[in-house]
Design a binder for this molecule. Structure first.
Ligand code: FAD
Length: 142
């Protein structure tokens, strides 16, 4: 999926995107996309067309069903951006399970997603809280 997405944007770091309403209706409109928060930028791409059918069709059905619960969810201003296929770091910085500190570097507390100990907002926050508690317990903060 990542390779497909990469090819869709001409092997660049932009992300393929489409107005959600176009995705749901299975059409490709080249209307300029609304501004997104992804800084490298979005490139208009027929997301319903190049992904495996079972993906696109299920998402289309899902958005149609969701529209019955939350009207105008697939509005003309909403965009669908793909592909987010990996959610957590593939590497983990080792740490001492007792003190939460790095095995070699004193007072370094690897934590959260980048260090490989979490995969989302809540698990990162919980792991970081644990690190903060370890810092206090280890009397780094006086
Ligand atoms: C597009 C997107 C959608 C997501 N959606 C969800 C979702 O719906 N639900 C969910 O649970 N998770 C979601 N996540 C994942 C979630 O955002 C992360 O798992 C979480 O934010 C990781 O928290 P963190 O504290 O480990 O890292 P971050 O939130 O990345 O915090 C790291 C901090 O370190 C700072 N920093 C970096 N380098 C330095 C430096 N040298 N000096 C000082 N500061 C530095 C950064 O500025 C940043 O503030 C999403 C992530 C992305 C990218």
């Amino acid at each position: 999926m990542e390779q497909l997405a990469f090819a869709q944007v001409g092997n660049s770091v932009q992300a393929p995107a489409l107005r959600l309403i176009d995705f749901v209706e299975g059409r490709f409109s080249r209307l300029a996309l609304p501004k997104g928060s992804y800084h490298p930028g979005l490139l208009c791409s027929p997301l319903h067309g190049w992904r495996p059918d079972h993906f696109g069709q299920r998402l289309q059905k899902g958005f149609i069903a969701f529209n019955k619960k939350m009207r105008d969810y697939p509005s003309n201003e909403a965009i669908i951006v793909g592909v987010e296929s990996r959610t957590s770091s593939p590497v983990r910085i080792p740490r001492n399970p007792e003190t939460s500190t790095h095995l070699q570097i004193t007072n370094l507390y690897p934590c959260g997603e980048g260090a490989g100990y979490a995969g989302g907002n809540v698990s990162s926050a919980m792991d970081e809280q644990r690190a903060a508690e370890s810092i206090v317990a280890n009397k780094v903060i006086r």
